[in-house]
Design a protein around this ligand. Structure first.
Ligand SMILES: [Zn+2]
Length: 245
């Protein structure tokens, strides 16, 4: 399968789905990391162009830990706006990845780049197959892929429906995040937390819910044209209480 993860910032995919991405790679799937913004406000001391360049390298290093293919969309950090132009760029990325399954941010995530990128993916995924919507890459020929929302920071405002056991891939997830050194320093600066606890506590908390040592949590986006007869996540575990709709 081709698996597409869309994150708002260069370290988001690794943070909320890195363990799952590693599991897809392990079983031979092709994984794409699509990053919407260039992260150019992610520092209190480094100028915008410079931090964008640093974060580009960090994103490349992070993706290369598991051999994911990186697609950088290059929008300005914290100013991702849903527009005709933005949608075309997203649709083009979806066509390049030609996914069988897609992951994006929860639509009610706290950060506007997160929620807006999730919104655009969820709104536009079917358009990747519409030939009269012209982008550089040709329209895909696959069925509309299922879309899964990734967890939120500290799991707030997010009720998971499905989990992936990441006990075996958690070290790879940590290694991926360690590549984002500039952000680990910035997060400590801005919010006062460190990367280790930011990764480990949610992984253990979601693991506790799923009945495994460590897990990542997701929920499907139920919309017409997407089927969820078999969830396309590696050995996924259902939530103990499943919401419908
Ligand atoms: Zn982010």
């Amino acid at each position: 399968m081709n698996v597409l993860f869309v994150g708002a910032h260069p370290d988001d995919i690794e943070t909320w789905a890195g363990g799952t991405a590693a599991r897809y790679v392990e079983r031979g799937d092709t994984v794409f990391f699509c990053v919407a913004t260039n992260g150019n406000v992610g520092s209190s001391t480094i100028p915008k162009d410079e931090i964008a360049e640093i974060r580009k390298k960090e994103a490349q290093n992070g993706a290369s830990v598991i051999g994911a293919e990186l697609i950088l969309l290059g929008f300005d950090d914290e100013f991702l706006i849903d527009s005709v132009e933005t949608r075309h760029v997203f649709i083009n990325a979806m066509r390049i990845a030609d996914p069988d399954v897609v992951f994006c941010h929860w639509r009610n995530d706290y950060n506007p780049d997160h929620s807006i990128s999730g919104f655009i993916v969820d709104e536009c995924i079917h358009m990747a197959g519409v030939p009269n919507i012209k982008t550089t890459a040709p329209a895909t020929k696959k069925k509309i892929p299922p879309v899964y929302y990734m967890d939120t920071p500290a799991g707030l405002n997010f009720e998971p429906e499905i989990y992936v056991d990441i006990t075996s891939t958690f070290p790879a997830k940590v290694k991926m995040l360690q590549c984002h050194a500039s952000q680990n320093a910035w997060m400590k600066d801005l919010f006062g937390y460190d990367m280790d606890s930011f990764l480990e506590i949610p992984a253990r908390f979601r693991g506790l819910q799923a009945g495994v040592p460590m897990a990542e949590a997701f929920r499907p986006s139920y919309r017409w044209g997407r089927t969820f007869i078999n969830h396309l996540l590696p050995d996924c575990l259902p939530a103990r209480t499943v919401e419908s709709g």
